[in-house]
Design a binder for this molecule. Structure first.
Ligand code: GRE
Ligand code: ZN
Length: 327
């Protein structure tokens, strides 16, 4: 399919590029990942041409800003990363848009940077790599806590999607992975981290306070769509400190959309479509950690969807979600 739009597509600046190394695998691919992350020119655009991806919203690599302990440094690097994305957009306005990296260490600074990116740089939303560390390595701040309500007020006011991207649990909090480091990152731990964070947002009353918030999660919903019925079913018996006014499943279906990033498999796709519906599933690749070829070869050929749905999930849903100036 020509004209696809993708938006979990990572790039890096020198300050952030090596961060991803610890969880990008040890398959000997790292040197090439580095080159791919730093390139927003011919190689990336050539890949997009070859795979029918017309437009990509670029974002900084994970864990990116969320790993930086010093708040001033986080603010500085986020600005620098976003300026680099803006530069790529200026060079190729018909191929690239941007999702903002945010210094979540300081909710007010995150609000200010998001506002700058949306109103001055023309970005279409934010991408944040899970919980943020702050001041000390053994720290993990999740955004359902009250301190982040003013930040969410800004997201709500700007009315832009917020992509919650995975990161790996930090070693001091990862006792349950002991002896199994392979389990901590993309094979399983990414989804555990991101799904818990997403469910925390649902259970915190956030969506009662800001009914227009739109959260995006990748990897076909980080296992939540498959588990959604059971969550609500069991919460009939256990709702201690659940602060939502409505059943959790309603928040998830009303406020979340999911992408195909890094998950190119028919049975899982079929289940996700059954639970979410074709309006809430969107094509993404997850470059460079997945190849655009693998993403597109699967997506263009899957018989789980009609040709009309292929255009919707591959393109139209993204135009509507982000308000893109494309037809
Ligand atoms: C991702 O961005 O989703 C990702 C990485 C590193 C390895 C695998 C992966 O950043 O899916
Ligand atoms: Zn990703």
């Amino acid at each position: 399919m020509q004209g696809k739009i993708a938006f979990e597509e990572h790039m890096a600046i020198p300050e952030t590029v090596s961060e991803t190394r610890s969880f990008a695998g040890d398959s000997g691919r790292w040197d090439d990942f580095t080159l791919q992350l730093l390139d927003v020119g011919a190689r990336r655009l050539g890949n997009m041409d070859d795979t029918g991806i017309e437009f990509a919203l670029l974002s900084l690599n994970a864990p990116g800003i969320q790993r930086i302990l010093d708040t001033d440094e986080a603010i500085r690097v986020a600005r620098k990363g976003n300026d680099a994305i803006a530069e790529a957009m200026a060079r190729h306005p018909d191929r690239y848009g941007g999702l903002a990296a945010l210094p979540m260490q300081d909710p007010d600074a995150a609000s200010a940077e998001l506002t700058r990116c949306i109103s001055e740089l023309g970005f279409k939303g934010a991408i944040v790599n899970g919980f943020t560390q702050k001041d000390v390595p053994d720290s993990a701040i999740y955004y359902d806590i009250p301190e982040y309500r003013p930040f969410w007020a800004t997201v709500s006011e700007l009315d832009v999607p917020f992509y919650l991207h995975p990161r790996m649990q930090i070693p001091s909090r990862a006792q349950n992975y002991e002896g199994h480091p392979w389990l901590m990152s993309a094979p399983w731990g990414f989804a555990v981290e991101t799904s818990i964070h997403s469910l925390r947002l649902c259970g915190s009353g956030l969506f009662d306070d800001y009914p227009n918030l739109k959260i995006v999660i990748g990897h076909l919903g980080e296992f939540i769509p498959h588990g959604l019925w059971r969550i609500d079913a069991r919460m009939r018996f256990s709702r201690r400190d659940y602060r939502g006014k409505r059943p959790l499943g309603e928040y998830f279906l009303d406020h979340f959309v999911v992408t195909t990033s890094g998950f190119f498999n028919d049975p899982a796709f079929r289940n996700t479509l059954d639970v979410m519906g074709t309006d809430k599933v969107l094509f993404c690749a997850d470059y460079p950690f997945e190849s655009m070829q693998d993403a597109a070869n699967w997506y263009d050929a899957t018989t789980e969807i009609s040709e009309e749905e292929r255009v919707r999930i591959g393109r139209t849903n993204a135009i509507e979600l982000f308000g893109l100036d494309l037809e």
